[in-house]
Design a protein around this ligand. Sequence first.
Ligand code: ADP
Length: 225
Amino acid sequence: MVELRNVSVTYSNGVDALHDVTLKINDGEFAFVVGKSGAGKSTLIKLLLKEISPNSGKITVNGFDLEKLKKSKAHKLRRTIGFVFQDFKLINTMNVYDNVAFVLRSIDAPLKYIRNRVPYVISLVGLKDRVRSYPTELSGGEQQRVALARALVNDPQLIIADEPTGNLDPNTSIEIIELLKAINNCGTTVMMVTHEHELVRRFGGRTINIENGRITFDDYIGYTE
Ligand code: ADP
């Protein structure tokens, strides 16, 4: 669950990046966060990961009160969040299996769990036949699927996808959103941040618009097809 109450962020140069933002995304929801470049989307994500703190307001993420959470304990919060980036951020010297297993190895998960969990999430994203492939041998869409498997492997409560379709063609973008929707149907909360209004309109659902640091729309929109 994500909740912001009257949150404002002013950077040291005086830019009001977010102004009095109040927002709640319940467990199990899928929400698009849409806004142009400079609207405040990245600032919102940085707040949720506790990379920055607000000047005012209250933030709760997956049961963590971010004001009370010490910076040194922020990794506990981040472990409840799976993150997907526009540029995939895979490790090119590791194959698909190791890119995904890496997450669990870095938190010292038991070997037996890793051997069960990693093939499971890789097949969930449709890449069972590419387990031994390296990122450079995969298409953009396949690389983003690996990134999704990596985000899912630790069974996060929330997935934040930051412009996950930004480097993909329209058809592949649709496939990735469909996969995010399928993940959401299994119970994971998904927040997808994008500037692609058209894509959002195509899927519909909860849509939160940010303009100049303010929420200008937060409601359900219908499918266009
Ligand atoms: P978006 O992700 O929607 O493109 P950002 O959250 O990155 O928007 O930026 C919101 C506003 O805050 C913009 O005007 C941007 O220039 C400004 N901004 C972002 N990061 C910083 C920073 N570290 N210092 C100063 N201003 C910033």
